[in-house]
Design a protein around this ligand. Sequence first.
Ligand code: ADP
Length: 489
Amino acid sequence: MSTGLRVLQVASEAFPLVKTGGLADVVGALPGALAREGVELRTLLPLYPAVRARLERAEPVLDLGELMGGPARLLAGEAAGLAVFLLEADHLFDRPGGPYQGPDGADWPDNARRFAALGWAARELGLGALPTWRPDIVHAHDWQAGLAPAYLELSGGPRPATVTTVHNLAFQGQFPAGLLAELRLPDSAFTIEGVEYYGAIGFLKAGLVYADRLTTVSPTYAREITTPAFGMGLDGLLRARADRLTGIVNGIDERVWDPANDPALPEPFDAERLDRREASRRALRERLGLEDGAGPLFATVTRLSWQKGCDLLLEALPRLLALGGRFAILGAGEPSLEGAFLEAARGHPGRIACRIGYDEPLSHLIQAGADAILVPSRFEPCGLTQLYALRYGAVPIVARVGGLADTVIDANDAALADGVATGIQFAPVTVEALVDALERALLLWREPERWRALQRRGMTRAVGWSARAPAYARLYRELVAARGSTERR
Ligand code: ADP
């Protein structure tokens, strides 16, 4: 089923090549999911050392000359099963550390140039520099790709259609106005209708202004970001473009996240063999040194940050323990939060466990072994850990915001009676409401039949990309059809 649509997605990370968060999961999964919809999606990434190490094959296809301070060229090839274009610009990307920060945790001082270069490479591909592969659509992810739609529009000639997807409005990529010329942006673009944002150059803002269509990763977040409370200063622009803005919930990679076939688990299980989940629960407790409690084993896998409500978790811990609960957290992030969780674990051995760091296999075991996954985010564009929880039979307990509101059905009396509940939601996002949710969870957990029904229902919900890809395919087709009709006019 080929529609012949070619889409170039532009991103700074893609699972499994390089990942700091949910963005990578989406970028890594979209090509496969959209192939089944007849859309050919290729991915443009910076050639970081981690990507070079995973290259299966690559050949130079385009010389980009001098780009943001050094020579650059584009390679085309395949890495970890993805069809990729890679921006080889060693002065920008060939260095140790993360995609955005050095080994010391500080942002790379040349991030403006690094990701402007990425946008520029997308422009070249978009304008047809490779006659053999010319995209109908350039799809930019987050601020790092935000200049791609801007460069394309500012080129002034015929260009492909463009989409900007916001994975998290909190990261906007703002840089000093003095860089304008160096970033190859014309003075005329430095206006409120252009890239100017509170006196600086806004990369995400540029993406939101210049792209033909905007998407974000859940319908609720799409509504929220048009309000001052969630709009992070961009709500006015998003309100003005609300008719171009769509929310499409993320899927998860059901091959990577499959409790029936997961090397990180001691024993496979699924909704029909839920009793086998106990082996994972035991393995998790043993691995983390947690005793069995009179209440559920709650867990969280997260970036440790204010957004994720980690401070609320910390405050709720005494009450969680008083309910007989146990708590495990795997995370990395703000040093003060890391210290506070480590301290809590030291103060309550056997009852609270904390692992600082990034540990993919342990994150799988936690989803498989915890009774409930806590996600008390203050805002959450989509959230993935509650989706993994659903698939792995851990009951998600989530703040009623963004994608969390869209993907978990609260176990209120009506939903329980109708047999549709999959987890617990709470609002507002406060310690009191979180503790209420823990208490509700305890009551349900004490009724094993009800609890198992919740688990089973979650496990049979469609959380994979096959359920989401049609929405992107529809958006792409509409976009190309709409441009076709304006061009003909
Ligand atoms: P965000 O992208 O805002 O951090 P998401 O819930 O969308 O939040 O995605 C987070 C992703 O990162 C999930 O795949 C989650 O399992 C993973 N993750 C977060 N922290 C860790 C960690 N310390 N170890 C392993 N995986 C983690």
